[in-house]
Write a protein that binds this ligand. Structure first.
Ligand SMILES: [Zn+2]
Length: 311
């Protein structure tokens, strides 16, 4: 496969800093790690296994310096594959639960971002199964930084244990503070979870591929120009689809749903954004001109892009 998708200008809208930590960066942060343990932690059979690994990786980020290093290494990789704009999700909810001072780690990460050739914006996300009070704490951290590079608030975690309607008031709060809202939905739960996220006020849907199971929802997404943040390698690694040829992204695209391609947790899913485009072409049958359009969607549906511009 040629380097066209590597050299193409791209934007990444669904990218967790913690999931971008490669084993090499982990060794830089914690030189005493055993290689066998790292290899083991970077393979999982399902969503629960992945969450356990994600927690382990995140537990190694203890200081502002380690967050800054993670950000620096991520930016280097984004620059190398011509990602011009990235909305990087920080698990602020996890940092709160771990008792870290979010202010100092955010400053460290934002300082790295400011030095980068990539335009970086931040999304702070909360752990949905911890409920709305926890989410409101994260929302306040986001709102306080609305003029310092935070563009949105999001919810992640286990869909079935934290329905999006719990967060309707929190979503309203962040919007009143000038922020946007994205929600993981329709990944490990069905279309009702996507409906719930939309009713609660989400403007983009993280994953959302299970929307395909409900034709009325597919129509709604297309008619209301609501983009899905598709992450192919992530869905395959977590065995949410049996193979990429069976991934619903192509059907959603043909039904007029706006799609973007993203890596989710690139190190943990052993991928890059260019590779996601290559897979879409090779495994899902997207044509090159369609993928050029999808790459443009990354900019259009960014929270600083044309779709969400405030008039
Ligand atoms: Zn995600």
């Amino acid at each position: 496969m040629g380097g066209i998708y590597r050299s193409m200008e791209k934007a990444e809208l669904h990218l967790h800093l913690e999931g971008s930590l490669t084993p090499e960066t982990l060794y830089e942060i914690e030189p005493r790690l055993r290689p066998e343990e790292v290899v083991e932690r970077y393979s999982y059979a399902d969503f629960e296994g992945f969450i356990a690994s994600y927690k382990w990786v995140t537990s190694l980020l203890r200081t502002p310096e380690s967050y800054a290093l993670a950000m620096r290494r991520l930016i280097e990789r984004l620059e190398a594959e011509n990602v011009r704009y990235a909305e990087v999700t920080l698990s602020a909810g996890v940092a709160l639960v771990r008792g870290l001072d979010f202010g100092t780690l955010f400053e460290a990460v934002a300082r790295e971002a400011a030095r980068s050739r990539v335009e970086v914006a931040f999304i702070l996300d909360a752990i949905r199964q911890l409920g709305p009070e926890h989410a409101l704490q994260v929302a306040r951290l986001a709102a306080e930084r609305a003029s310092d590079g935070v563009v949105a608030f999001g919810i992640g975690g286990i869909e079935a244990l934290g329905p999006a309607e719990w967060f309707t008031d929190v979503f309203r709060f962040v919007k009143e503070h000038g922020l946007h809202v994205t929600a993981h939905a329709g990944e490990t739960a069905g279309p009702e979870s996507v409906w719930s996220a939309l009713h609660a006020g989400a403007e983009r849907i993280g994953h959302g591929f299970r929307a395909v199971e409900d034709p009325a929802l597919v129509n709604y997404l297309a008619e209301h120009d609501i983009p899905l943040e598709i992450c192919l390698s992530s869905n395959l690694a977590l065995r949410l689809v049996p193979n990429l040829a069976a991934h619903p992204a192509r059907r959603l695209f043909e039904a007029g749903v706006p799609l973007t391609l993203n890596t989710d947790d690139p190190a943990m899913f052993h991928t890059t954004l260019a590779r996601e485009f290559e897979l879409a072409e090779a495994e899902l049958g997207f044509r090159r001109d369609e993928l050029i359009q999808i790459a443009a969607n990354g900019f259009r549906y960014s929270f600083r892009g044309a779709r969400f511009a405030r008039v």
